[in-house]
Design a protein around this ligand. Structure first.
Ligand SMILES: Cc1ncc(COP(=O)(O)O)c(C=O)c1O
Length: 388
C-alpha cells in the first residue's frame, strides 16, 4: 500500500480502542466538515432526516452545542444559537424576525453597525425603521404603528450609556404582540437577566466579556420558549454555524466570567469615582454612579456594572489636545472593542436624529481591564498633565 494511502487509512481506523480517551477536564474540540457514517443505511437515513447524530460540520459541532446550552442556562432562555460575531448575531436576528412591510423601533444609542444594517439593508427588503430616544420607556407607544413588529434595545448604550425602561417597554410590547430584543453585551448574562424581565430575545457580542481575552469573534442569541422555533428554523435554513475553536474559548470564558466581572466592576467604579473628582472632567457617564441620570432605573434592573464607561472634559479641547492626552496613556491601549483583560481607550462624538449626545463634546471611553487599579489611575493622572 502506498504510504499516503496508509496514513489516510490509519487515520480512519483510529478509535477509542487504539487510544482510550482520557477523561480530560475540558471538552473535546471537534473541528471540520465531514462526519463518517457507520454504514450506507445510516447515510440514506440521514438524507431522509431519519438519523439522530450530527451528519456534517455545519450542524453545530459538540462544543458549540455545549456553549449554547451553558449560555441559555445562564440567561434563563429556552434556546441559544452561536454566530460568527456579535454583529452577525444582531443582523441575522433582525432578518429572522421581520418581513417585508414591517416597521421596527430601534434605540438611537445602539452599536453603529446595528443602525447601519437597519438603514441600508432592512430598508431594501421593505422593513422601515424608526430610531427612538436612547432613554425610552413608557413613551415608546407614540412611535408604534399598526405594522410595528419588533423593538430593539441596547441598555446601556455602549458609548453613551443611557438606560432604557425595559419593563415599561416590554409591558407595552407584550400587549400588542411585538417582539422585544436587547443587546445585553455590556451587562453580560450575570448582571442583567432580560428574559426574566419579559424581553423575548437577548443578544451578546461574545467577543467582549464572555470570551474576555480579545482573541475571539463570536456572537450569541438566546430566546424564550415563545420564539425558540423561529430562531431554530432560521438558523437551520440559513445553515449558520460558529467556529468550534471560538466556541471552545467562549465556553472557557463563561467559567471565569464571574470573577472577571467582579473585578471589572470594582476597578471601573474606582476609576470612575477618581475621574469625577478630577477638576478637568465635566462628567463621568457610568450608570452605576449616582450622578448618572438613570441611575435609579439602572439599579432596578441590573445587579452589577461592567468596566466600560465614558467621560467628558470640561474644556472643549481641540482634536490635537485630545489626541495628546490619549497618546500619553501608557497602560490603556488605543483600540476598538472592549470586555478584555487589557484596558483600552477610544474617543468620539455622537450625532443622533434627536441631537448630539453630550452637547457635541468629545467622549472618552475607557474599557477598564484587569490591571491593578492604582496603576491605571496613575496612568490617567500622568496623561492629564499634558492638558494643564
Ligand atoms: C454593544 C455592541 N454590540 C455588538 C457589537 C458587535 O460585536 P462583534 O464585534 O462581536 O461583531 C459590539 C462591538 O463593538 C458592541 O459594542
Amino acid at each position: 500500500m502506498n504510504e499516503i494511502t496508509r496514513v489516510i487509512a490509519a487515520d480512519l481506523k483510529d478509535d477509542e480502542a487504539d487510544y482510550p480517551s482520557p477523561r480530560m477536564i475540558n471538552p473535546q474540540l471537534h473541528t471540520g466538515s465531514t462526519v463518517l457514517f457507520e454504514s450506507c443505511q445510516d447515510l440514506l437515513a440521514a438524507g431522509r432526516g431519519g438519523y439522530s447524530g450530527i451528519t456534517y460540520g455545519t450542524e453545530r459541532l459538540p462544543v458549540q452545542r455545549k456553549f449554547e446550552n451553558a449560555l441559555a442556562d445562564m440567561e434563563g432562555g429556552a434556546l441559544c444559537r452561536a454566530f460568527q460575531s456579535g454583529i452577525s448575531a444582531i443582523t441575522n436576528t433582525l432578518l429572522a424576525f421581520t418581513r417585508s412591510g414591517d416597521h421596527i423601533l430601534v434605540c438611537e444609542n445602539v452599536y453603529g453597525p446595528t443602525s447601519a444594517f437597519c438603514r441600508e439593508v432592512l430598508s431594501r427588503y421593505g422593513v422601515t425603521t424608526t430610531f427612538v430616544p436612547a432613554a425610552v420607556g413608557q413613551d415608546i407607544d407614540q412611535w408604534l404603528t399598526a405594522e410595528t413588529r419588533l423593538i430593539f434595545l441596547e441598555s446601556p448604550g455602549s458609548n453613551t450609556f443611557e438606560i432604557q425602561d425595559i419593563q415599561a417597554v416590554v409591558e407595552i410590547a407584550r400587549e400588542k404582540g411585538i417582539v422585544t430584543i436587547i443587546d445585553n453585551t455590556w451587562a453580560t448574562p450575570l448582571f442583567l437577566k432580560p428574559l426574566e424581565l419579559g424581553v423575548d430575545v437577548s443578544i451578546h457580542s461574545v467577543t467582549k466579556y464572555i470570551s474576555g481575552h480579545s482573541d475571539v469573534l463570536l456572537g450569541a442569541v438566546t430566546v424564550n420558549g415563545r420564539y425558540a422555533d423561529v430562531l431554530d428554523r432560521f438558523y437551520r435554513v440559513m445553515e449558520l454555524f460558529a467556529s468550534p475553536q471560538d466556541c471552545y474559548l467562549a465556553l472557557r470564558g463563561l467559567k471565569t466570567l464571574g470573577v472577571r466581572m467582579r473585578q471589572h466592576q470594582e476597578s471601573g467604579l474606582a476609576v470612575g469615582v477618581w475621574l469625577e473628582q478630577n477638576e478637568l472632567v465635566e462628567k463621568v457617564i457610568h450608570p452605576a454612579l449616582e450622578s448618572h441620570p438613570q441611575h435609579e432605573l439602572w439599579k432596578k434592573d441590573f445587579t452589577g456594572a461592567a468596566g466600560l464607561f465614558s467621560f467628558v472634559f470640561k474644556e472643549n479641547y481641540s482634536e490635537e489636545q485630545v489626541c495628546d492626552f490619549v497618546n500619553a496613556l501608557k497602560l490603556f491601549g488605543i483600540g476598538f472593542s472592549w470586555g478584555g483583560y487589557k484596558s483600552l481607550v477610544t474617543v468620539g462624538r455622537y450625532r443622533r436624529e434627536s441631537g448630539e449626545a453630550c452637547e457635541g463634546k468629545v467622549l472618552v471611553r475607557l474599557n477598564v481591564g484587569l490591571e491593578e487599579v492604582d496603576d491605571l489611575i496613575g496612568d490617567l493622572q500622568q496623561a492629564f498633565l499634558v492638558l494643564v
